[in-house]
Design a protein. Structure first.
Length: 448
């Protein structure tokens, strides 16, 4: 069957096997074919694409919950959406969440995902207590800080290359209502954007939407936002305390088909950015919103990836260490604006300290994520941006990547060598393999 991830590029022919039990993988395992785990396909590029993909989507059960401590054990195909539906009404929330709720917990661990609270609460690996992993040898390993520690660490950010996570235990976060109190400050340029982001550091959640098409004195102008969960005592008048923990049920729109290529051009992106920037008139705006609107605004439009047309798109997300943050971001944004390659969704966030896995993406600093339609110029341009990011000591996020070279990857991820040693012990026949891992040298090209 043909499959593709969120960027709709590349589209490949693969054999997709739904995991039910170890026996259901018999052909793949006994014939020693190469395989890679796959779940919701929300990674943008080719990390969940391979000759055989083992889908975790049948692993969708909640297994155990300690309502006193908020400790949940569930199967790895359970999504953030599933967790929100069941546990928000009980007063519990995911400790870290990416910008879409249509992501599985297995996929979240494999990418060691971060949210708007990374500067305060780290990535998902900081909240995972244990998981069970099916290795390429067909064994099931229990992994935690105490058991199989090395494999536990390697699996965070390991892009599925240590095996298939079957189930996991994580600690949820206590909340009193479904509301988020938000403050948005409109900034004039990048220096002010950084000032406000830094001033917002004490807040639990912070994020910024940046207009990457502006140059000169408006370069980096943004809407910088902070948010906090709202206590029961602060819920809006007229909402009864019994209804404070609701699951928003909104009308969702859908993009019905791939847009034609001409729909997306520098002018349409510029117009969108202009309107978005100016939709807030004053400098500061405060409001209460539900968690869906705050964390998952894009989920309101199903298949929004179709606006990039048939050729698809890629997201370039990188991080630059704190000390070089402003200078590095300025250089990248200047290059984008000069080439008129800006995109709609440019998100700037700050990261705190990170331990995580050997291939985890976050590091203390600032991260920027932007989408680009696939066309003849884009890969050359992103190679150029890689050089800039590297020169400031930064790196690119693997879960969004579809084109990084082995040489650049190794420079950006110095702990890749340690990761590979662990993978080679776990997978001596090099069976765990994705298009991405072959490209960046994390698996041998031994396709069977
Ligand atoms: C709109 C949007 C917003 C996003 N926002 C953020 C964000 O704010 N922060 C962030 O960090 N990420 C973000 N992401 C990226 C997303 O969180 C990750 O790509 C995540 O890994 C996708 O999970 P998935 O279930 O779709 O997995 P897939 O895309 O199917 O797979 C992703 C990777 O996980 C591996 N994998 C999947 N399931 C398992 C398993 N059971 N065991 C082992 N490995 C497995 C795959 O092999 C692959 O390498 C966003 C993506 C989208 C589309």
């Amino acid at each position: 069957m043909k499959i593709t991830n969120w960027g709709k590029y590349p589209e490949i022919e693969a054999n997709e096997v739904l995991y039910r039990n170890v026996q259901s993988l018999n052909n793949v395992l006994t014939e020693k074919q190469t395989w890679i785990p796959r779940a919701m396909g929300r990674c943008y590029g080719d990390s969940a694409l391979g000759k055989n993909v083992i889908s975790s989507l049948n692993l969708n059960r909640m297994l155990d919950f300690d309502n006193e401590k908020g400790i949940l054990t569930c199967e790895a195909g359970v999504t953030f959406e599933d967790i929100l539906k069941v546990f928000v009404p009980k007063g519990w929330f995911p400790p870290v969440t990416p910008g879409t709720k249509f992501v599985s917990m297995g996929g979240a661990i494999a990418s060691d995902v971060h949210g708007k609270n990374h500067h305060k609460e780290g990535s998902i690996s900081n909240h995972i207590i244990a998981f069970e992993l099916l290795t390429p040898k067909g064994e099931v390993l229990k992994c935690s800080q105490i058991e199989n520690q090395e494999i536990f660490r390697a699996t965070f950010g390991g892009m599925g290359l240590t095996g298939l996570i079957l189930s996991l235990t994580l600690k949820l976060k206590k909340i009193e209502s479904s509301y988020i109190k938000t403050t948005v400050i409109k900034t004039k340029n990048l220096a002010e954007t950084f000032e406000v982001l830094d001033a917002f550091e004490p807040a639990t959640y912070t994020v910024s939407w940046t207009d990457c098409l502006q140059k000169g004195k408006s370069l980096g102008r943004s809407h910088v936002m902070k948010g906090e969960h709202v206590a029961l005592s602060e819920i809006p008048d007229g909402v009864s305390p019994q209804n404070a923990l609701f699951v928003p049920n909104k009308l969702t729109l859908s993009v019905p088909f791939d847009f034609p290529a001409f729909a997306l051009n520098p002018l349409s992106v510029q117009s969108f950015n202009f309107l978005y920037y100016n939709r807030q008139l004053g400098k500061k705006k405060e409001k209460l919103t539900d968690y869906d609107s705050f964390f998952y605004p894009l989920d309101a439009i199903y298949h929004w990836n179709r606006i990039y047309g048939k050729r698809g798109f890629t997201q370039y997300q990188f991080v630059i260490p704190k000390e070089n943050g402003l200078e590095g971001m300025r250089e990248v944004i200047e290059r984008i604006a000069t080439r008129k390659m800006g995109s709609f969704l440019v998100v700037l966030k700050s990261f705190g300290e990170q331990e995580g896995g050997y291939l985890s993406f976050p590091q203390k600093g600032y991260t920027l994520a932007m989408d680009f339609a696939i066309d003849s110029r884009i890969f050359g341009f992103l190679d150029e941006l890689d050089k800039v990011v590297l020169s400031y000591g930064g790196k690119v996020y693997l879960t969004k990547d579809v084109r990084l070279s082995k040489e650049v990857f190794e420079k950006m991820y110095p702990e890749a060598r340690t990761f590979l040693e662990i993978k080679n012990r776990l997978d001596p026949e090099h069976l765990l393999s994705s298009f991405q891992s072959q490209r960046i040298g994390l698996s041998k090209n031994n396709e069977k």
